[in-house]
Design a protein around this ligand. Sequence first.
Ligand code: HEC
Ligand code: HEC
Ligand code: HEC
Ligand code: HEC
Ligand code: HEC
Length: 303
Amino acid sequence: MSTTAKFLTILLGLVLTFIASADGDRTTKFSNQGSVANTRHNMTQRQSSGGGPAGITMDQYRSDYGEVCVYCHTPHGASASGAGARLPLWNRTIVPTTYQVYSALNTSTMTQPVTQPGVNSLACLSCHDGQTAIDSIINMPGSGRYLASQASSTNIGFLSTWSNPSGLGPSVHANMVECMTCHSSSAGVVGAGATDFSAFLIGTDLRNDHPVGVRYPANGSNADFKSTTATFSNIRFFDTNGNSRPDKNEIRLYDTGEGFEVECATCHDPHGVPSGGPGSQFNPTFLRVSNSSSTLCLACHTK
Ligand code: HEC
Ligand code: HEC
Ligand code: HEC
Ligand code: HEC
Ligand code: HEC
């Protein structure tokens, strides 16, 4: 082999290793312990908090507000209209959308009515359907950065008028589809080394996802389903510790006007749920209950 050929072979090897490293869902750098700040729902991506690359890589794609909660909540000036008004101090833009729902599949086995996702799903979909920029919020930290119109807007352009103190410039505000430029197995050299987030991008077609907006059968009415054991406000739940309150590790159904339904937050808590006592690692993928041995599924399905 000539020296040039050898060099090219080595170079090809390097490129392949580089590209291959973009594949797959790498283990997260976050500890998944203690707080939402130590999970993938920390959009600030401070190296110090354990996850993410140096700010400079990511700052071109989303504003680093330097506060974990603010990408989802604000203490003041929260969303007061539409779906956002029915979520706790909600700070995100929720774009009115008609989703393709599970019932469109017409599986002959479905017995329960399915409607459009309720607010406890729309909260998640405000990032996970890929339509809205991750940093598109109504009330940004600092004064004079409140934009009420943002609550019902699909416009993310206004963000560009805000000078992001942490970044190279505020001109790009990526939604989850755009994050895929790097965070996918096909990202190529630009995104080499970034975790593959493809499975996290739910999109607006929910037909390949566990049904949400689906009504849970009334207790005793359907032998295929277990009976809930408590109700608290608009939440009905499986009260495993008998304290009459829906704890974060208890599977729940939400009534937002169409009866008690399964929504994203039925199975997931976006802040993380300790798998054991306080301080223990969170259940994987923000699940309220670990799904080892299908425990989560069997909370509802009698199978
Ligand atoms: C220019 C490429 C690039 C783009 C675009 C990009 N990222 Fe990243 N991101 C990286 C790299 C590289 C890492 C470090 C390797 C890793 O952990 O995946 C990373 C890591 C992360 C992590 C930490 C992963 C973990 O569990 O440790 C999060 C969270 C994240 N990115 C979110 C985002 C979001 C949200 C967007 C879109 C707004 C985005 N990224 C866009 C390159 C990029
Ligand atoms: C990635 C988005 C996201 C982030 C970041 C986030 N939250 Fe939440 N939070 C939610 C959603 C969604 C709900 C509603 C859950 C539901 O539908 O039951 C919620 C609900 C809450 C609630 C009321 C219900 C409950 O679960 O106790 C409190 C309090 C709360 N969040 C506090 C915080 C604080 C404090 C932070 C920052 C340390 C934070 N959240 C960060 C998405 C987020
Ligand atoms: C502010 C935007 C935002 C909101 C709101 C949000 N997410 Fe996420 N979520 C993300 C991003 C971005 C990722 C991809 C991981 C990353 O960036 O590191 C992610 C990752 C995840 C993961 C994978 C975590 C892992 O460790 O493998 C799950 C599960 C998830 N989200 C569920 C939810 C659910 C359920 C809700 C609503 C209760 C929700 N998310 C609300 C932005 C959001
Ligand atoms: C009936 C329970 C249930 C509901 C409802 C549910 N999920 Fe999940 N979700 C799960 C389970 C279980 C996993 C873990 C799958 C795995 O590890 O392969 C998961 C995984 C995920 C992941 C990580 C990607 C993956 O495939 O592993 C994301 C992101 C996510 N869910 C978001 C959502 C969103 C957004 C909604 C609402 C549209 C939702 N989930 C509704 C049970 C549920
Ligand atoms: C909170 C309760 C709940 C949990 C937890 C839950 N499901 Fe469901 N699931 C339902 C309801 C309600 C339906 C709608 C049933 C119907 O209409 O017949 C459903 C529907 C389904 C269907 C579709 C049936 C059809 O006829 O097309 C499947 C498959 C399924 N669930 C599997 C799972 C799996 C797997 C898990 C665990 C990852 C799980 N479910 C967790 C409540 C739940």
